[in-house]
Design a protein around this ligand. Structure first.
Ligand SMILES: Cc1cc2nc3c(=O)[nH]c(=O)nc-3n(C[C@H](O)[C@H](O)[C@H](O)COP(=O)(O)O)c2cc1C
Length: 319
């Protein structure tokens, strides 16, 4: 069965499935595996130390796949100015650049006229309209179920997707809570042209940087196993519940502020959990869809399964 949507056309991919930026996890192994499986894999620029490492990682993706891939920029998460890194992606003529977590204008301006496709991650109808006005080629709209950083308004994917699809003319990718063929078909039914998935791609074999304990925690998770931290800083983000996130929530209740929370929410605390699997120290981002993860397949196996589920649904609908 052929899969053709505005997203597959725009990004020149086989299936309308994009792997979201994954801080400290999305390097060349994962990006290339997702792209080789027929989706769009991405590397996360904020995980790189600087332009040189980003260039090396782009070269490394190109050695592993000749399919399109993306470079993700999470504005506000880079601990340094990152225009030089955007420039590397532009100079390298990467097929796609995605932007999230702030005003995308600066990045979109640098990319303008290069032919590189741009995806902007938004969490509201208003942000989606703005991204379209600024020249984004497509928007990815993330609902409250999602893993990592979220919008402040707690609106779920089921409501946001049609809201955004009706409001913009550019293609829309639904994100947040999607991890299987059912989610993909639901997103298309809601008016999206494709999906973006984050949490599901942590539990694939090629996500080589994720410690097995992190992947096992996703497998063990139930739908209530995540909580939202950093709400008091106006940057809510969803992580697996553990004693560390419980402590963060207590500190937030005590109005600890950024200084009081800093060491608890740092990249170091994140890496301690996701790289070392240290249950007593650190945290790992994850969405509610973790409850739907039961194994760690290869990216190709995951795609095969999701597409076969989706096609099964399509056949059922046809009859
Ligand atoms: C571990 C983790 C790290 C993430 N890091 C980033 C990031 O660096 N940049 C970004 O744009 N989004 C990031 N996100 C968000 C994802 O790209 C994606 O939008 C989100 O996970 C979608 O929801 P889902 O987890 O329900 O699939 C992250 C999500 C997770 C789970």
């Amino acid at each position: 069965m052929e899969w053709k949507t505005r997203v597959t056309e725009l990004l020149d991919i086989t299936y309308p499935i994009v792997q979201g930026g994954l801080a400290y996890l999305a390097y060349s192994e994962l990006a290339a595996a997702v792209s080789n499986a027929g989706g769009l894999g991405q590397i996360t620029a904020m995980s790189m130390e600087g332009p040189d490492q980003l260039k090396e990682e782009i070269d490394s993706v190109r050695k592993k796949t000749n399919r399109p891939f993306g470079v993700n920029f999470a504005i506000g998460q880079h601990g340094r100015p990152f225009q030089d890194m955007v420039q590397v992606a532009v100079d390298e003529e990467v097929p796609v650049i995605s932007v999230t977590g702030g005003n995308p204008k600066g990045v979109l301006d640098l990319v303008d006229g290069t032919g590189i496709k741009t995806l902007v991650l938004v969490a509201s109808r208003r942000q989606a309209v703005k991204a379209e006005e600024l020249g984004a080629d497509a928007v990815m709209v993330v609902g409250h179920e999602g893993g990592g950083h979220l919008g402040r308004d707690d609106v779920g994917t089921f409501v946001l997707t049609p809201q955004v699809s009706d409001a913009v003319g550019i293609p829309v990718l639904a994100s947040g809570g999607i991890g299987d063929g059912r989610g993909i078909m639901a997103a298309l039914a809601l008016g999206a042209d494709g999906v973006e998935m984050g949490t599901r791609f942590i539990a694939v074999k090629e996500c080589v940087h994720a410690h097995p304990a992190y992947q096992q925690a996703l497998i063990d998770a139930e739908e209530t196993s995540t909580s939202i931290i950093k709400r008091s800083l106006q940057t809510p983000a969803r992580a697996l519940k553990n004693t560390w996130t419980e402590r963060i929530l207590e500190l937030e209740k005590e109005q600890a502020g950024y200084e009081g929370l800093r060491s608890y929410i740092s990249g170091e605390a994140n890496k301690k959990f996701i790289y070392d699997g240290d249950q007593a120290y650190g945290f790992g981002w994850a969405g509610q869809v973790a409850s739907r993860i039961q194994d760690v397949p290869t990216a190709a196996e995951l795609f095969e399964r999701m597409i076969s589920e989706a096609e099964g649904i399509r056949q059922r609908w046809n009859t």
